[in-house]
Design a protein around this ligand. Structure first.
Ligand code: GUN
Length: 311
């Protein structure tokens, strides 16, 4: 492995500790800690893990996090009522509806619930008013994963202005907003997706390559310009032993973890890319912890907005 590893875990810890005095100042002025309300609907195991991680990270820096869990049989109306309660509450500064929602809620449920969140409490930045502000380069809350990627690149000293960036994936949560943030930093940005022709050749143009398509180890060395910075947004649980043996070298220490747990988290980028890239974010320990740290940043920002400190 020749590439430089971009340490999301350590950088996220720095960001969380920088927030501690801001949390204390908000707590003094509000008479309570900055508070995040999370709605979790259904029993998706990954979502349960993510919400647990967000709650613990919040508690560690002095935030209050209230998680409301509804069963997968809950109606859209019941979910909307939770959002309305958080909206109306003077004791909640930020609101997050964990995605994905159960399919039984219908294809429009996610949009309906994101739209129902008070834009001043929308710490995910998914409300159309906040998406519009992001596009106009005056973000109130930038979505957490894209904001975390930019923060990690900045703090790692990766130059963006004038450079070629390619984003694989066009989701509302990552692909589109990260492309916008890179554009605002004067990168020349291409967004690729499932219909893109000659994807490896387009990806190879990138000096900054962001993989956010949700398919394990999809981005192989043929997608990567030698020396490029590769950002891996994928968090895919792989339980198949043959796939894991294919992906990892025989002396990888991760094989012992697989033998113990029966599954590993594999990014969208193939491990062999470490020999081609100039820098890359690992999975785990790259973008994931940065997402959680930026949720903390946005929650503190929401409390500061309520206090008139900011925005
Ligand atoms: N699911 C995966 N990423 C995210 C995120 O950033 N926010 C929410 N609400 N759900 C997610």
């Amino acid at each position: 492995m020749s590439a430089r590893l971009l340490d999301g875990k350590g950088t996220a810890a720095d960001i969380r500790s920088e927030l501690v005095p801001r949390v204390a100042a908000c707590t003094r002025r509000l008479g309570r800690p900055p508070t995040l309300g999370i709605l979790l609907v259904g029993d998706d195991p990954a979502s349960q893990v993510y919400v647990g991680t967000k709650s613990r990270a919040g508690a560690e820096i002095g935030l209050s996090v209230e998680v409301v869990s509804l069963p997968s049989t809950a109606t859209l109306e019941a979910a909307r009522q939770v959002v309305e309660r958080f909206n109306a509450s003077d004791d909640h500064d930020g609101i997050l509806v964990q995605s994905p929602l159960p399919a039984a809620l219908g294809p429009e449920a996610e949009r309906a619930l994101f739209d129902a969140i008070d834009p001043l409490k929308d710490v995910d930045g998914f409300h159309p008013a906040n998406v519009g502000r992001l596009v106009q380069a005056r973000p109130r809350f930038a979505p957490c994963t894209p904001a975390g990627i930019l923060e990690l690149l900045d703090r790692s000293g990766i130059e963006l202005a004038g450079r070629r960036a390619v984003v694989i994936g066009r989701s509302q949560i990552v692909g589109k907003p990260v492309a916008m943030l890179l554009l605002h930093r004067h990168a020349t940005v291409t967004i690729c997706h499932s219909r893109t022709r000659e994807l490896p050749a387009v990806a190879r143009e990138a000096e900054i390559l962001v993989a956010a398509l949700g398919r394990p180890a999809f981005v192989t060395p043929e997608y990567v310009r030698p020396g490029a910075t590769v950002v891996d947004v994928g968090i895919n649980r792989v339980a198949d032993a043959a796939t894991i043996r294919d992906l990892l070298p025989a002396d990888s220490p991760r094989l012992a973890a697989f033998a113990k747990r029966g599954a590993l988290l594999i990014g969208d980028v193939h491990p062999a890319v470490a020999d081609t890239a100039g820098a890359f974010t690992p999975v785990p320990g790259g973008v994931g912890p940065m997402t959680v740290a930026m949720l903390m940043v946005n929650t503190v920002r929401a409390a500061e907005i309520r206090l008139g400190v900011d925005g």
